[in-house]
Design a protein around this ligand. Structure first.
Ligand SMILES: [Zn+2]
Length: 92
């Protein structure tokens, strides 16, 4: 059974997380000119899952993009609960 990645959640993770880089419509990749719109440069799935409740109740995902030189895409997941101190303010 895949465990939900949310700390403290004991439900089964049935939704797998992943990230894709897709070519936007009207663009051409100089390094891969045969790629068509919506083709992916990379689309790895993570060994990280959400339960159905957390997949549909809402999530805050923070994506930090760092360049690498190894012709690889590496994904890492740092999961947090919503119990950490936080503050949300309305923009006026
Ligand atoms: Zn969960």
């Amino acid at each position: 059974m895949n465990k939900c990645v949310i700390p403290g959640c004991r439900r089964e993770g049935i939704w797998q997380l992943g990230v894709r880089a897709r070519l936007i419509a009207g663009a051409t990749s100089p390094s891969h000119p045969t790629k068509k719109a919506t083709d992916a440069a990379f689309a790895p799935n993570l060994p990280a899952f959400l339960c159905d409740k957390h997949a549909y109740s809402g999530t805050l995902l923070t994506l930090i993009v760092e360049p690498r030189q190894y012709k690889q895409t590496r994904l890492r997941v740092i999961a947090a609960s919503d119990q950490h101190p936080h503050r949300t303010v309305k923009i006026q």
